[in-house]
Design a protein around this ligand. Structure first.
Ligand SMILES: N[C@@H](CCC(=O)N[C@@H](CS)C(=O)NCC(=O)O)C(=O)O
Length: 212
């Protein structure tokens, strides 16, 4: 049975799940979530798709789960890919997925939203500046960790990589410039060289140009 992933192109959180599915070789298809017209906030979405009112959501037959980190864990269980090679590495992967969800992706997603998807007259400059400071601290941590390493945990690509890269390929400005972070830059290139890799706007339906 084909796995369904409720997602949309602008969503880096969805991208983390979609990329795990895509690189795993499992059969999957996207189901477009019309986030920009309020679908995730509708009572129907909360009742039938996800009580948390978020994308992504994975549906595999009777099994349904949201949260990109949980979806990645499911993809790992089903495909055998992107986990750590040892118990210690598995905890290392979980540690970085949790760090990403808290310090990197949540901040990057919010800042990108405020800077690009809110009407210009509603963009809160002080909040954006504060978030960019927090993000810079996160880029520093990731860039330092990647010094002398190809992957965040162990010797191969894991969910730690697939989580932390979630927002870092998007073209809309949010204060991240790959050229300023050489280890992150090389690591993003390494991920993009994996067979089957696609940019978020090529992997999932929905693109800012749909709304212009
Ligand atoms: N930690 C969650 C975050 C999910 C999330 O916030 N998704 C956004 C789209 S990128 C969303 O659906 N937001 C709807 C809302 O907050 O109302 C994950 O990794 O899946």
């Amino acid at each position: 049975m084909t796995i369904k992933l409720y997602c949309f192109g602008e969503s880096g959180n969805s991208y983390k799940a979609a990329l795990a599915l895509q690189l795993s070789g499992l059969e999957w298809e996207p189901v477009f979530v019309d986030f920009f017209n309020g679908e995730t906030r509708s009572p129907e979405y909360r009742e039938k798709v996800n009580e948390l009112g978020e994308a992504p959501v994975l549906v595999d037959g009777d099994f349904r789960i949201s949260q990109s980190g949980a979806i990645q864990a499911y993809v790992t269980e089903k495909s055998g890919k992107f986990g750590g090679a040892t118990r210690e590495e598995n905890y290392g992967v979980l540690r970085w997925v949790l760090w990403d969800n808290h310090k990197l992706s949540s901040m990057a997603g919010m800042t990108r939203f405020l800077m690009n998807f809110l009407p210009e007259d509603k963009r809160p400059e002080q909040v954006i500046a504060f978030n960019q400071g927090r993000l810079k601290a996160a880029y520093e941590i990731l860039n330092s960790h990647l010094e002398g390493r190809d992957w965040i945990v162990g010797d191969g690509i894991t969910n730690a990589d697939l989580s932390c890269c979630g927002y870092l390929y998007y073209p809309e400005p949010f204060g991240f410039d790959r050229a300023e972070w050489p280890n992150i830059d090389a690591w993003l290139t390494r991920i993009s060289e994996q067979p089957g890799w696609k940019h978020p706007y090529d992997l999932m339906p929905g693109n800012p140009s749909d709304r212009t």
